[in-house]
Write a protein that binds this ligand. Structure first.
Ligand code: SF4
Length: 329
């Protein structure tokens, strides 16, 4: 029965290039552990059929940290959570340029400027624009931004300044979102995602897993994303931060996390799937398996409020897998 299901999906995705249905994804999500390697083998084949074989690297910098007005229950940067992070105001453009040059030297081809907050205020936005112009003038990096909810004017100005892509995650399914955030709506998040596309920037849009959502809600997010058709999909795993509402939640198991990656690859065959925050703690020694199960990008270096692996360690893992590091086109 399971063998037949996997064979059926294989035919659909690999031979006929047909899309997975929600019911098929639900059935696959329930396959027992003994079929785990069959699932990974399938998602690996789908990854290599629809994508260049290799790994994209991206670095992020927290240009403004903490003191966020929003109440996202997983986030150490929310002012509603009592977390021991060191907040700082917006970094000046020259310092952002210095970080960008370091990132370029470590082999990443993309640099993403991230600021905490519901959306950028005038001063923050001006500094981001100045930094974008500087980085474009002095490096060959592609530039991403993640600044929260945008106005139409802000989306237009970012695109005009040469921002290649904008990250704005949906975080979770529409049905679960009110459980993790009450200060803004799912619709507001979607609106910014569409603004990004309307203004010609690439959309980077994914979610965070292990925050209390059901397996079905994970799949609902994947299908919501399929409608949006983002170029990149970050997959974050909860690394419970002290002082947040989710501080006591257990980590996902490595197998659960790998299964999420495999299912997202099958539902979103052409998107760049980024294995992002929480991968070190959740996947532990199974991190290389994520790149075989369907992920084809990594955030390398530190995350916003937690340390990550060094780019050197990530590059070694990629070399061990005999995969090339890819440049974003
Ligand atoms: S996820 Fe973003 S919007 Fe939500 S609290 Fe954290 S910084 Fe603020």
């Amino acid at each position: 029965m399971v063998e037949e299901l996997i064979q059926h999906i294989k035919n659909k995705l690999l031979n006929n290039e047909e899309a997975l249905t929600f019911d098929e994804a639900c059935s696959l999500a329930l396959v027992e552990e003994e079929y785990f390697l069959d699932l990974i083998s399938l998602s690996y084949k789908v990854k290599t059929k629809y994508n260049k074989n290799g790994v994209y690297l991206c670095s992020i910098i927290s240009a403004k940290t903490g003191a966020c007005s929003e109440d996202c229950s997983f986030c150490a940067q929310s002012a509603h959570n009592k977390t021991p992070i060191s907040s700082h105001q917006m970094i000046d453009p020259q310092s952002l340029l210095k970080s960008a040059k370091e990132v370029e030297g470590s082999g990443a081809s993309e640099f993403c400027i991230v600021t905490s907050g519901r959306g950028p205020n005038k001063k923050t936005f001006r500094r981001v624009l100045d930094a974008v112009y500087l980085i474009r003038a002095h490096t060959n990096l592609g530039i991403g931004c993640s600044l929260g909810i945008l106005t139409e004017e802000q989306a237009r100005l970012l695109s005009k300044a040469g921002v290649n892509r904008y990250n704005h995650n949906l975080e979770t399914s529409r049905s679960f979102f009110p459980n993790i955030c009450t200060t803004h709506t799912y619709e507001e998040r979607l609106r910014t995602a569409y603004l990004v596309k309307e203004n010609g920037m690439e959309l980077c849009c994914g979610g965070i897993f292990g925050i209390g959502e059901s397996i079905e809600q994970r799949l609902q997010l994947a299908f919501e994303l399929r409608e949006l058709n983002p170029n990149l999909v970050p997959i974050n795993f909860l690394n419970p931060r002290p002082g947040t509402a989710l501080a006591k939640r257990s980590l996902l198991t490595p197998f659960e996390a790998i299964k999420i990656i495999a299912l997202f690859r099958l539902i979103l065959p052409r998107s760049i799937l980024i294995c992002a925050g929480g991968r070190e703690v959740v996947l532990s020694n199974l991190q290389p398996l994520a790149l075989l199960a369907g992920a084809n990008a990594l955030i390398t270096g530190n995350y916003l409020t937690t340390p990550g692996l060094s780019p050197k360690q990530d590059l070694q893992m990629i070399r061990d897998l005999e995969l090339p590091v890819l440049d974003y086109d």
